[in-house]
Design a protein around this ligand. Structure first.
Ligand code: SF4
Length: 375
């Protein structure tokens, strides 16, 4: 059963199973290979948004040949119908080589890209290469003034909207363009306005709370009151177009429970469907997807520009920092043509459990106890 680890997580968290058997949850997590690989081809970006999970990268590092070998090695060992996400940080035409290579070796895969819209300056090169994405995800973080402020740029709003409007040119026949809004202290009261601003080409609209991978991001996370304002607007926006709220921080689950009340929250949560790496439930008509951090390795296999496999928070450190010994726990190692995907993933689950997940699971259990006490 592919969602067995998530089912165990839910049973422990809502108190239907004893937590002394938590080892079985991790054993199962190690057996369930991720279906998604995220490729950070380079750490370079033309922006440095206030809410970015990446630090400003001082080094430009790109080894196209090694990256192509690494991507091909992993994707060829993934389960049927894998998903590969180009996570940038932004698209450069030299990435077409590995994108085309994996299209060839795994015709059953879906290839998408998360971008700020700057890819559109390369549309002619993408078309010339004959490459098409299965989906694009272009973030819009608010109406023009708010988006540009959050992204520290005068024209990033136009670039994003232009990227959405032109997406069809680089998409497969049934390809989709999606959009993500990351909620921060800057834009929390602009959900409804953002909804009305989105071009009609957007198929799926996702809203996510911020993931404070870096200490500086904590000051952008919403207070309970700000979360409640966003939630009320999300409900109104959900009438205009379908919204999916994604939550990665368990403290935001408590804010959500306080916004709707503990009884209503638990009624919905107990009917949750288990996704591959998320708990999915409908609250006041809105689909909420919660990704527990303790289960994070399952969400995606990250291959970063330094050709390291980096469990989760590795992206909060620069490549130069990751080369320092004390940060070794953030990386698993270089991926080469000889790498075994299953073994690398198992190693990742062990490392994650030892270094991060125990604390994350403890916090999840503590916060869900507080949510229960709201009933
Ligand atoms: S565009 Fe994306 S990757 Fe670049 S700084 Fe902004 S959030 Fe980060």
């Amino acid at each position: 059963m592919e969602n067995f680890a998530m089912n165990l997580w839910l049973e422990y968290i809502i108190g239907k199973s004893e937590k002394d058997d938590i080892g079985e949850m991790y054993a199962q997590l190690a057996r369930e290979l991720p279906k998604v690989m995220s490729v950070v081809a380079t750490r370079h970006c033309n922006l440095q948004c206030k809410h970015c999970i990446f630090q400003k990268e001082r080094q430009y590092f790109f080894n196209g040949a090694a990256l192509e070998i690494a991507v091909k090695t992993i994707v060829s060992q993934m389960l049927p119908n894998p998903i590969v996400v180009h996570e940038g940080r932004i698209f450069e035409p030299k990435h077409l080589s590995w994108l085309q290579a994996i299209r060839q070796i795994r015709p059953d895969n879906k290839i998408g890209m998360i971008d700020n819209g700057s890819y559109a300056t390369h549309i002619s090169k993408i078309k010339l290469a004959g490459f098409k994405f299965d989906w694009l995800d272009i973030s819009v973080d608010g109406p023009k003034r708010i988006h540009n402020f959050q992204r520290g740029s005068k024209d990033s709003f136009e670039v994003a909207i232009n990227g959405i409007r032109n997406a069809q040119k680089v998409l497969t026949a049934d390809g989709e363009v999606n959009s993500l809004m990351t909620l921060t202290k800057i834009n929390y009261a602009s959900v409804l306005e953002t909804c009305k601003t989105l071009p009609k080409q957007v198929s799926q609209w996702h809203i996510a709370t911020i993931t404070p991978t870096r200490a500086e991001l904590k000051k952008l996370t919403l207070s309970e009151n700000e979360f409640k304002i966003s939630w009320n607007q999300i409900k109104l926006a959900n009438v205009l177009r379908v919204v999916v709220l994604k939550i990665y921080e368990v403290s935001d689950m408590l804010k959500l429970a306080k916004a709707v009340g503990g009884v209503k929250f638990f009624e919905a949560f107990e009917k949750a469907q288990m996704g591959f790496s998320s708990v999915n439930f409908v609250l006041e008509g809105v689909l909420v997807r919660y990704f527990p951090q303790s289960m994070a390795p399952k969400e995606t296999f990250v291959l970063d520009g330094g050709v390291y496999r980096v469990p989760y928070y590795g992206i909060s450190h620069t490549l130069a920092e990751l080369n320092r010994e004390e940060l070794e726990k953030y990386t698993i190692g270089k991926v080469t043509a000889e790498s075994n995907f299953r073994l690398l993933y198992e190693e990742c689950v062990i490392g994650w459990r030892e270094n991060f997940s125990r604390e994350a699971f403890k916090e999840e259990a503590f916060i869900f106890q507080q949510i229960k006490n709201l009933q």
